[in-house]
Design a protein. Structure first.
Length: 240
C-alpha cells in the first residue's frame, strides 16, 4: 500500500548549517501526524523542505509521486498545501481577495471557485462578516482562520500546518484545533507542526518528537502523551 506522504532520510541545510538531519516521516490518507519539539528544532524547516521552498536531499513521495521532480506550484496542484507559521497574508487586500488567491490555479472555473468560497464562509462565519475588510485589520485568530480558508480554496488533500496556535488566546486555540479535527473528518490529511504538544497529541493519530534536527521519539500519539520523557519535557508535571 502506498503512503500518502513518505519522507525518508531528509536533509535540509541553510548554507553549511544542516537544520534537518536524516528525518523520516510517513503518513496515510486521512491521518493527522504531528511533529512536536522546541524552538529551533527544525520543524518549520522540515515543512519547507517538503513543500519545495528549501533545497532538500532525501526521498519524498506524495501519493507515489516523487516530490523532488515537482516545483512548488506543481505540488500545490497535486493537493499539497502549506499554511505557514506567520500566515503570510496580503494585509492590504480584502479577506475575500486573499481567499480568491488561494484558488488562483482554478481561476478560470469561477462557478466552482464561488462554491468553495461559500463553503469557506460557512465554515468561518467571522470571515463572511469581514469579507470586505483588509486582512491587516483582523485579529490573530481571524488571521489564522483566513490562512486556513485560503489553503482550503486550493482543495488540498494534505495540509501542512505550521504552528497554527502560535500567539493565540487559549479559547481561540481550542477553536482552531476543533477545526483541525473537522477537516480530518472530511477527508483532509494533516501534517501538523506544533509547540503546543498537549493539544497536538490530543488530535493526532501519530507523533514525532524533533530535537536539534533529528527525530528522537516517534509512535502513536496516545503513547507519546504518556511517555515519561515527553511528559517531563513537553507536557509538564501536571500531566503526570
Amino acid at each position: 500500500m502506498t503512503h500518502l506522504l513518505e519522507i525518508a532520510d531528509l536533509h535540509v541545510a541553510y548554507g553549511k548549517v544542516e537544520a534537518v538531519r536524516g528525518v523520516s516521516v510517513t503518513m496515510d490518507a486521512g491521518q493527522i501526524v504531528t511533529v512536536i519539539g522546541p524552538n529551533g528544532a527544525g520543524k518549520t524547516t522540515l515543512l519547507h523542505g517538503a513543500m519545495g521552498l528549501l533545497r532538500a536531499r532525501g526521498r519524498m513521495f506524495y501519493d507515489g509521486v516523487d516530490l523532488q521532480r515537482l516545483a512548488v506550484e506543481d505540488r500545490v496542484e497535486c493537493g499539497l498545501c502549506l499554511v505557514p507559521e506567520k500566515r503570510e497574508l496580503f494585509a492590504d487586500l480584502t479577506v475575500e481577495d486573499n481567499l480568491l488567491l488561494g484558488a488562483y490555479p482554478r481561476r478560470r472555473r469561477m462557478t466552482e471557485v464561488r462554491h468553495d468560497l461559500d463553503a469557506v464562509y460557512g465554515r468561518f462565519p467571522q470571515l463572511a462578516e469581514r469579507r470586505r475588510q483588509s486582512a491587516g485589520t483582523l485579529s490573530g485568530g481571524e488571521r489564522q482562520m483566513l490562512a486556513l480558508g485560503r489553503a482550503l480554496m486550493a482543495r488540498p488533500r494534505l495540509l501542512l500546518l505550521d504552528e497554527p496556535s502560535l500567539g493565540l488566546a487559549p479559547l481561540i486555540v481550542r477553536e482552531i484545533f476543533r477545526i483541525i479535527e473537522q477537516l480530518q473528518s472530511q477527508g483532509i490529511s494533516i501534517l501538523l507542526i506544533e509547540q503546543n504538544a498537549r493539544a497536538a497529541l490530543e488530535v493526532a493519530d501519530h507523533g514525532h518528537v524533533l530535537e536539534t534536527g533529528a527525530i528522537v521519539l516517534e509512535g502513536p500519539a496516545a503513547a507519546l502523551a504518556t511517555d515519561p520523557r515527553v511528559i517531563e519535557t513537553y507536557l509538564g508535571a501536571a500531566a503526570k
